[in-house]
Design a protein around this ligand. Sequence first.
Ligand SMILES: [Zn+2]
Ligand SMILES: [Zn+2]
Length: 134
Amino acid sequence: MEVRNCKQCGRLFNYLGGVPLCPACKDALEDKFMQTKEFVRDNPGATIQMVSEENDVSIPQIRQWIREERLEFSKDSPVGIECEMCGANIRTGRFCEACKSRMQNEFSHAYAKPKAEPQPERKLQRDRDKMRFI
Ligand SMILES: [Zn+2]
Ligand SMILES: [Zn+2]
């Protein structure tokens, strides 16, 4: 078992992976998250600074929740983070819709490549067409 210092309060605790926070600080952070989430829901027009100040949460922490897709802002919210690919403004996650669909396309293309090779069926079809003309 690994023992570490809590990133928040400095206490030693048994580290189990993930964020290096002791159980007490993890619970406190979870409470903060619920509070922040509620605040965002009740104040859809709040800026990231307001969310940070009103809930006493750091902006990097809020951004991290957004990246983790735990915290989502409404369409009209001024809050956003940058797409990691192109820097476009997004509401949640890591990439904008355009980059997401481009990545998906690239993925499915790479995946579909073996199928794009000449297929024997096509030749058969041609032979059959020829037969019809004979
Ligand atoms: Zn702690
Ligand atoms: Zn993008």
